[in-house]
Design a protein around this ligand. Structure first.
Ligand SMILES: C[S@@+](CC[C@H](N)C(=O)[O-])C[C@H]1O[C@@H](n2cnc3c(N)ncnc32)[C@H](O)[C@@H]1O
Length: 379
């Protein structure tokens, strides 16, 4: 795989595409182009390792194998069979097929799955001149998206999504406190980047929950690649040399900064503060962030200037709407006199500004899972 130039597709949360494109440009990737819900770029196989290790805001890195119109099963079959799968999949590759279809004539996902699987098998048995494809080798996950009668076929290189940095346990077990409504790591990283935080100023998250924003801010300040310590699916591929991963990690390590940062998170719930401290320790940033029990209604930043990046309860999942409104009013009053502070606050509450008491200078639409939110900016 090493000499070929591939096209990669990075699916992104809606609203984050431009930020992921900026990150890829800073990595010197070629032909970076942001589209709705994804960013494309071109490069050799080594770039798939670099993108996986370094990207903070994308959801995963896939190789875009092919795309085209498909509004009948025959068209889908022919489209898939024409793709040179042998460029990516070795003779014994196992290739589970998953995907989704939206606003298209082909809407049955299990049927599309079967057709795609059949077409890839046909192509590979013909090219490799075998009767049956054994599928007893490394896994190459094929993903399809059919949108408006257009099918895109890609191969996942990431595995567990890029938001899984490894510092937040997937499920908190018995005896360990749970945090209501934690933010995805990629969304927190996006908020930190919208605020252009690089560690030069003080950062405060007065509704820190499990500490995701403060931890992502610390990673950004340290210029630490979020994927440095985790494994990716493509590491098991036999046709991709291990050296590309080692090189990507070494390149990232060499770009890390070291400094003193003023990053603080507070939460009214002591159990959240405990979880945030644990997460920071796992992320290797305990030295760079502080968490403590504090009530945001009497927020005092203890620094002359800086940036507040925060995600208060919305009144949907964590508390009732009227309670959220009262909290916004009280937090608005507590931050009213902070003239030299920029505030970036994520909420899905449609009446947020009215309750907070100030109209944002700018707003940016972001999705927290399925919840449509605004990032309210006071800067
Ligand atoms: C939406 S969650 C924040 C999730 C966080 N961004 C994360 O990634 O885990 C809101 C948090 O606000 C906290 N909270 C509610 N009222 C508060 C108050 N008056 N002062 C400080 N924290 C409060 C809750 O305990 C909860 O952890």
């Amino acid at each position: 795989m090493t000499d070929t130039i591939y096209t990669y597709a990075v699916p992104c949360l809606f609203g984050v595409e431009g930020l992921a494109a900026d990150e890829l440009k800073r990595m010197n990737m070629q032909n970076v182009r942001a589209e709705n819900g994804r960013v494309l770029f071109d490069g050799p196989a080594a770039d798939l390792a670099r993108a996986n290790v370094n990207l903070a805001t994308g959801e995963r890195v896939t190789i875009l194998a092919g795309e085209g119109a498909a509004d009948t099963f025959d068209m889908l079959f022919e489209l898939v069979r024409a793709i040179p799968w042998e460029r990516y999949l070795p003779k014994n590759a196992s290739f589970p097929v998953t995907g989704h279809a939206l606003s298209s004539k082909l809407h049955s996902v299990p049927d599309c799955q079967k057709i795609i699987k059949k077409a890839i098998s046909k192509r590979l048995t013909e090219v490799y001149k075998v009767e049956r494809h054994p599928e007893d080798g490394a896994e190459y996950k094929v993903r399809f998206t059919i949108l408006n009668d257009n099918a895109a076929l890609s191969i996942d290189t990431t595995g567990a999504g890029l938001h899984k940095r490894g510092y937040r346990p997937a499920a908190l077990r018995d005896g360990v406190a749970t945090v209501a409504a934690p933010l995805s790591e990629t969304l927190a990283a996006a908020m930190v980047r919208v605020a252009r935080f690089r560690g030069r100023e003080a950062l405060r998250d007065p509704f820190c929950g499990s500490g995701t924003i403060a931890i992502e801010a610390a990673l950004a300040a340290l210029n630490r690649a979020p994927g440095c310590n985790r494994k990716f699916t493509a590491q098991t591929w036999t046709n991709l040399p291990q050296s590309v991963w080692q090189a990507a990690r070494e390149e990232a390590k060499a770009k890390e900064f070291h400094g003193d940062y003023d990053i603080w998170g507070g939460d009214i719930d002591p159990a959240c503060v405990e979880v945030a401290n644990e997460n920071a320790r796992r992320a290797g940033v305990s030295q760079n962030v502080r968490f403590e029990v504090a009530d945001a209604r009497s927020f005092a930043p203890n620094a002359p200037s800086g940036v507040v990046i925060t995600n208060p309860p919305y009144g949907e999942r964590v508390m009732e709407r009227s309670e959220a409104e009262r909290l916004y009013r009280e937090f608005g009053a507590a931050t009213k006199e902070l003239r030299d502070w920029k505030i970036y606050l994520l909420s899905s509450h449609t009446e947020f500004e009215r309750n907070f008491g100030r109209t944002a200078n700018k707003k940016r639409k972001l999705y927290n899972g399925m919840i449509k939110c605004d990032l309210f900016m006071y800067n």
